[in-house]
Design a binder for this molecule. Structure first.
Ligand SMILES: C[S@@+](CC[C@H](N)C(=O)[O-])C[C@H]1O[C@@H](n2cnc3c(N)ncnc32)[C@H](O)[C@@H]1O
Length: 374
């Protein structure tokens, strides 16, 4: 079967995430199309699209390919007759397809079916009208029809992002979708144990719990630990499925974290570390270079500790920031030091050794690396 994925705003990262999740579930697949917006793959194994959409952070919607008839109109018409009873309700992604929608509705009426065409505005249109469950939502890519079978649950992300009680705007927060992507990139299915040793307010830990992982979090700021405690308590109360998972959160400098954890006890370290003082874009080169050295030393010390607490088959997904200065990137060149501690860097796929997450307006780019023990 052919499956379609509509990708988020960092498509190369979304694709690496999809590949990681499928590989973690031992699904074999073949890539058919990659663009800035879409990823199409072929697999013989049927995908559980509902649970995939629950898991992925970087995919907006998913669909599956159906048998194509002599025209788009005929394909959708026949599919609706085969899959809906009573009043037929449907929508076609993208408001530009309005004429097509109206033509299909007319065709249904002419054939004596009662039908309602709902003009597409955004994925909320599909959610509110339960069109995915009804198999009444269609997507057209290069003249081929896909049935939309899963939509990203934006409400869950928004709640965890905006409604959580502990927020520290000062230290900057990891976007929850990116946190989820990072956990997925580790290719280890739950219930493994995920550690975030720079946990801040616990964004990554909340996503990990929601995905079914046990979590361990630490930070050297008492305020951050207090926020994380509050946030975890909040999400556990809201989500009974999380209550059976363990969470252990404590105050500790990353440079001493092996004093507080058992050796070889962690499956996944996924973290956005301290990335230096927040930048305005007006900083001078000297300041940035000094900051670079400070972070390089911190990351080096952190990885020495990681080597002790990570299981032998454990995985590290780590963000190394880079700073945009006078139209060039200032990079923290700590790779050689990290590797010399007994790690191997693992590429994400054939195209990407690392994944750069960057929005044009930002002075900091986040480069995601994957490491395993040698
Ligand atoms: C970029 S923030 C992480 C934000 C977090 N990902 C979130 O979304 O809330 C970095 C965190 O690292 C912590 N930190 C800075 N230096 C540290 C150190 N040496 N050891 C442990 N934590 C440290 C800071 O207190 C801060 O909470």
């Amino acid at each position: 079967m052919l499956y379609l994925f509509e990708l988020g705003h960092q498509p190369h990262i979304s694709i690496a995430e999809i590949e990681s999740v499928l590989k973690a579930h031992q699904v074999t697949f073949e890539e058919k199309l990659q663009t800035d917006r879409f990823f199409v793959l072929y697999t013989e194994d049927p995908l559980d699209m509902e649970s995939l959409m629950d898991q992925l952070g970087g995919t907006k919607l998913m669909g599956f390919y159906i048998e194509q008839r002599k025209s788009i109109e005929q394909t959708i018409f026949e599919f609706l007759l085969e899959n809906q009873t009573g009043k037929i309700v449907f929508s076609v992604e993208n408001a530009k397809n309005r004429n097509l929608g109206i033509a299909i509705k007319r065709k249904l009426k002419d054939a004596n079916y009662s039908a309602r065409y709902i003009e597409y505005k955004n994925t909320a249109t599909l959610l509110h009208n339960k069109l995915v469950e009804k198999k009444g939502a269609f997507f057209i890519l290069h003249g081929e029809v896909f049935v939309i079978s899963g939509i990203q649950k934006l409400e869950g992300f928004a709640q965890r992002d905006f409604d959580k009680p502990g927020v520290d705007a000062k230290s900057g927060m990891l976007p929850p979708k990116l946190a989820r992507i990072m956990i997925n990139l580790a290719r280890k299915t739950p219930p493994a144990t995920v550690l975030d040793p720079f946990c801040g307010s616990g964004v990554l830990l909340m996503e990990a719990l929601d995905m079914g992982y046990h979590v361990v979090g630490s930070d050297n700021s008492a305020r951050a630990i207090e926020d994380t405690h509050k946030n975890i308590e909040w999400i556990v109360t809201a989500e009974p499925k999380i209550q059976k998972l363990s969470s252990h959160v404590f105050l500790e400098d990353v440079r001493n974290i092996s004093h507080s954890l058992q050796p070889k006890s962690i499956d996944i370290i996924a973290t956005e570390p301290y990335m230096g003082k927040p930048l305005t874009g007006k900083e001078g080169e000297l300041f940035l270079k000094e900051q670079r050295q400070e972070l390089k030393d911190l990351y080096h010390d952190a990885f020495r500790e990681f080597h002790t607490i990570l299981k032998d088959d454990g995985v590290i997904i780590f963000i190394i920031p880079r700073f945009y200065y006078r139209k060039e990137w200032i990079i923290i060149d700590c790779l050689r030091e990290i590797l010399s501690l007994g790690f191997v860097q693992v590429p994400f796929n054939k195209d990407d050794d690392t994944l750069l997450y960057h929005r044009v307006s930002q002075h900091v780019g986040r480069e995601i690396f994957q490491f395993v023990k040698k």
